[in-house]
Design a protein around this ligand. Sequence first.
Ligand code: NAD
Ligand code: GLY
Length: 373
Amino acid sequence: MALTASARISVAIAGAPYDVVIEPGLIDRIGAEVRPFVRKDSVPIVTDTHVAAQWQARVDAALATAGLNGRWLILPPGESTKSWAHLAQVVDFLIAEEVERRDRVIALGGGVIGDLVGFAASMVKRGCGFIQIPTTLLAQVDSSVGGKTAINTAAGKNLVGAFHQPALVLADPDTLDTLPPRHVRAGYAEVVKYGLIDDAEFFAWCEANGAKLIAGDAEARVTAIARSVAAKARIVAADEKELTGVRALLNLGHTFGHALEAETGFSDRLIHGEGVGLGMVLAARFSVSQGLMHGQDAERIAAHLAAVGLPASLRSLGLGCDGRRLADHMLHDKKMDAGTLPFLLMRGIGQTFLAKNVDLADIATFLDVELRR
Ligand code: NAD
Ligand code: GLY
């Protein structure tokens, strides 16, 4: 792909289309981007303490250039913020701010803040508008686009939520300068995902440019974010509510990944993007074990993720459980459909497909081998 300084990508959701703007330095220009989308001078903004510490002053200054005044709610960071208690706090805040249905609130942060604020927006006054300003690589390439919003409950992750599309997404790759490197790498797994789904040439681009992107190369960042968002936009426009199997492709690596996240207690031992990366390696190797894919393709994927510092071996997690226990976590997967669990498998790099007849006993046996490998 040619040098890309910035990009504006349309997400053509029927009845609710919106743009994703990707541009270095955009954070200092958000006032002009946000202004046409808000009706009042005061704009509610929800973020977390890590993001506020780095970016609140810049965001306030940028809003002020357009005569806008940020009204902040600053929450604790981390996955545990996607909770009933914080959902109630955001809803109460928006109501106290007298948000009306045609108003737009801003979610500034990673996937945790985007998912939580999007869900709150879906219910305030039976649905008000919101603008995503994603500040993690994962959020810029995946979670800020497509309208999936959710919180976690005692029974599991993302079990309560809604489809609620943002009105606008403003992604500034420069905000990644303050993101801890582990989170940059975890978000990169979701970039690789788009290559593995249906774009072998993009996977080859990742092999050539992934390390540069993780190190902060501006051009590689914009290219990766723009290509990922374009791929996601195409998929969600075709199947907004994951009804036809097209959007399900975005879950590549997630069934294995969620089982690993559950086994590690959704803790810092394995963060979401790391679970997805390792899950994609397992999906590829399971596809090999089923005679669907060449072993060399699966090992090419594992080698690339390992080369950029992502976990690519199940054994290295030191789980101390067996394959059956990991497979049992999958029984609680929200993708379960009439007692069967659809799995994303591969016929090759860029050739992912939805398999509906995978036997969890075969998965358990396969995982026993991988746990010792
Ligand atoms: P996150 O929101 O927890 O952010 C990761 C960490 O980085 C946090 O500590 C945060 O405070 C910090 N942070 C964020 N931006 C920063 C910045 N610019 N500088 C410094 N620190 C910064 O995690 P995430 O990886 O962005 O998102 C994970 C969540 O996204 C999970 O809950 C997952 O379920 C969800 N998700 C949703 C979708 C979707 O389609 N809605 C897709 C993928 C993942
Ligand atoms: N991240 C999966 C989806 O948006 O469908």
